[in-house]
Design a protein around this ligand. Structure first.
Ligand SMILES: [Zn+2]
Length: 242
């Protein structure tokens, strides 16, 4: 199983969550908010095979970006994964729009030189994110917890990008319909733990199992085949980007 978006460093017990995922061999992309967090995560996850850190520049901490851009550049070469990066223009978050755009342009600048596996935040900024990626020829990337419209979903899929589905999405009636527009080859799984809750508890990497069950139902296939499909999608993406 694969969790392409999990905030391991934001749980009360990060190392326990990481160790549990490692033991179950759940491939987990441990996204971070800032490059300094990536440096810490890299140290903690040094011995891990399945749980790997991602270099982030999260739009919701735009006020911290300037002090971290130099470190982002320094870490970029060694980072296997990039995330969480992107834009958030939802509600009051729009106040930092110009800082966010400048930071995301920096991320894109680096990705133009070397492509990586990227997990993207795009809430309320779906069109801008897509345009910035298109103009710089970046992709495919993975749009995590996509909350835009059907039109925007089609646009990102037409551009070759992927989406990752979490349990909150699988539980929402909106996605019962939306998922039917998404080619199976464009789907990945995530938890977005600890933000997403499962039965009142923060979702942990193994909870992608519930997303797999939901996908299997939607695809009218078995959980084993759905798992294989996600695995193939992930491997294809990883190979395409290397
Ligand atoms: Zn996230």
């Amino acid at each position: 199983m694969i969790d392409t978006h999990c905030h391991i460093d934001l749980y009360d017990n990060p190392l326990e969550v990481a160790a549990a995922a490692e033991k179950l061999a759940v491939k987990t992309v441990a996204v971070t908010y800032l490059p300094s967090h990536f440096v810490l995560a890299s140290k903690h996850l040094a011995g891990f095979k399945y749980v790997r850190p991602a270099l982030g520049l999260h739009p919701l901490v735009a006020k911290d970006h300037e002090a971290e851009l130099k470190l982002f550049a320094e870490c970029f070469g060694a980072a296997e994964y990039v995330g969480e990066v992107g834009l958030d223009f939802y509600g009051g978050n729009k106040a930092s729009k110009s800082i966010q755009e400048k930071s995301f342009a920096t991320v894109i600048h680096h990705l133009k030189k070397v492509s990586k596996f990227v997990t993207i935040h795009s809430r309320g900024a779906e069109d801008v994110v897509l345009t910035m990626l298109r103009e710089s020829g970046i992709g495919p990337v993975v749009f995590h917890w996509f909350s835009g419209s059907k039109r925007q979903l089609r646009n990102l899929l037409d551009a070759g990008h992927r989406i990752s589905i979490n349990t909150a999405m699988a539980d929402s009636p909106k996605w019962d319909e939306m998922i039917t527009f998404v080619p199976r080859s464009s789907v990945l799984t995530e938890t977005d733990g600890p933000f997403v809750k499962v039965n009142g508890h923060p979702a942990v990497p193994k909870n992608v199992g519930s997303v797999i069950s939901w996908l299997a139902e939607s695809w009218k296939t078995s959980p084993a085949l759905a798992t294989q499909q996600i695995e193939n999608n992930y491997n294809y993406l990883s190979e395409e980007l290397s």
